[in-house]
Design a protein around this ligand. Structure first.
Ligand code: DQA
Length: 155
């Protein structure tokens, strides 16, 4: 079987479409998931998209991702990005590399959004490109996983 990637969205991202459209645009989370699924088909990988407003769900899904057969995680942790040591610990505890993604660019917003608690546990970060942040994050993750899976070349 091919690579499987878990795509997670955290609190308030179920409100996309009507939530602060000047910042987040008008695409719904279902639209974002459709875009990611189309990108996954092009990349030749399988994605499973989930959303929760509950920190514990995200902690459990991230911690178990490797055991559940996912090779990596694309994570928009929403506001938990800025607060959650539990998510940081879950990423460290799990075996699946995780990419932090954001629709907006948190660094260009309120000062409290400039600190990411999860960034030091993540492989990389994509922010500010709207729904395309998820697609770019997936492409980066898949490139990383495929390079890591290649046998070392001998001169
Ligand atoms: C967000 C940015 C966070 O600061 C915010 O709390 C969100 C959404 C984004 O995708 O731009 O809920 O993660």
């Amino acid at each position: 079987m091919g690579l499987r990637v878990l795509v997670l969205s955290g609190p308030n991202l179920d409100r996309l479409g009507t939530r602060e459209p000047a910042i987040y645009g008008t695409a719904t989370l279902a639209d974002v998931h459709r875009l990611v699924e189309e990108a996954a088909r092009r990349e030749g990988v399988d994605v499973e998209c989930r959303q929760s407003n509950h920190e514990g769900d995200l902690v459990t899904w991230i911690g178990r991702a490797g055991d559940d057969g996912f090779a990596g995680v694309v994570l928009n942790a929403g506001a938990y990005t800025h607060t959650s040591i539990a998510l940081y610990d879950a990423i460290k505890a799990g075996s699946a590399p995780t990419i932090e993604v954001h629709l907006s660019n948190p660094d260009a917003r309120e000062p409290f959004r400039r600190r990411s608690r999860i960034a030091p546990a993540c492989l990389g970060r994509v922010a500010g490109f709207g729904p395309a942040s998820y697609v770019l994050g997936l492409a980066g993750l898949v490139g990383h996983l495929r390079a890591a899976a290649k046998p070392a070349s001998h001169p």
